[in-house]
Design a protein around this ligand. Structure first.
Ligand code: MN
Ligand code: MN
Length: 296
């Protein structure tokens, strides 16, 4: 019979399953935007690659003793972005984030390049951000553009204050930025320091910084990982941390204040497939950790 072997294309839904909006705790959406990418473009194809990978990996989380399929997540699909217009894209991300928060759910965003995180942070207004990134993204402007992915944490710093921005795993910078970091007192820990002291001690440092924050937003720029683990990114940078170290750190930092998170900068054209799978795994694990911490 025609159609007997037809399956709905669940690879278009994150995790390979469909769940309704109202019954869900997490609301995922993709932002296929890469207009300010400074080196290797293509992260606009990130959400589709991550979804496809997510539908093809196993769902048990050994870290939390949960199955990702127990996590109540709804996939909204992709935001309609305006290529070349970062301001409008950031505005749409902000509105989407606000809608999700209004319905008392947790936003999960798939990038796309890192500037989109600014929209999510504007949606929250008062969340502290932990940016796992090889880069500080603290340039005042990049090629005369203040809304470049290289400036996202500078804008966050201006809007949220120095207490509410932490950079974890950084190792790529230049003199002016380092001087700015010193002058402004931004909290950061390099990948080399993390590897020296281990995730437990680095996590304790991070927890202390976040002690007074009411809400915590996590942003994972996939280039925080060593290119050996995540080759398919826009700006690969050697001496990164491992996937396990990243998840150990996130595990240390997640508690019931987790407000939302994103995973950005996957550029599938440069990927072996490993980066998209790893991004999916990170999302699975963060959702399980958050669900467990909040008691969902
Ligand atoms: Mn970044
Ligand atoms: Mn980066």
């Amino acid at each position: 019979m025609v159609g007997s072997f037809y399956v709905d294309d669940l690879s278009k839904h994150f995790g390979g399953f469909k769940r309704g909006y109202s019954e869900s705790d997490f609301i995922l959406f993709g932002v296929p935007f890469d207009s300010t990418s400074s080196f290797r473009p293509g992260s606009r194809f990130g959400p589709a690659a991550i979804r496809e990978a997510s539908a093809n990996i196993e769902t048990w989380s050994w870290r939390t003793g949960m199955d990702f399929e127990e996590v109540k997540l709804h996939d909204l699909g992709d935001l309609a972005v305006v290529h070349g217009d970062a301001a409008e894209t950031v505005r749409r991300v902000k509105e989407t984030t606000e809608d999700i928060i209004l319905s008392k759910k947790i936003p999960v965003m798939l990038g796309g390049e890192h500037i989109i995180t600014l929209g999510a942070l504007r949606g929250f207004k008062d969340a502290a951000v932990v940016s796992f990134d090889a880069h500080f993204d603290m340039r005042d402007e990049y090629l005369s553009n203040k809304l470049s992915h290289a400036c996202v944490m500078r804008r966050a710093l201006e809007e949220l204050g120095v207490k509410n921005v932490v950079i974890v795993g950084a190792r790529a910078s230049y003199r002016d930025e380092i001087e700015f970091l010193k002058k402004s007192g931004v909290n950061y820990i390099s990948s080399q320091q993390i590897m020296r002291v281990g995730a437990k001690e680095a996590g304790a440092w991070l927890k202390k910084i976040l002690a007074d924050s009411k809400k915590v937003y996590i942003s994972v720029d996939m280039d925080v990982l060593d290119p050996a683990f995540a080759p398919g990114v826009g700006n690969p940078e050697p001496e990164g941390i491992t996937t396990s170290t990243l998840l150990d750190l996130i595990e240390e930092v997640i508690d019931d204040r987790i407000a939302g998170f994103d995973v950005v900068e996957v550029s599938p054209a440069y990927d072996s497939g490993a980066t998209a799978v790893t991004a999916s795994k990170i999302i699975y694990e963060i959702c399980c950790m958050a669900a467990k911490s909040i008691g969902l």
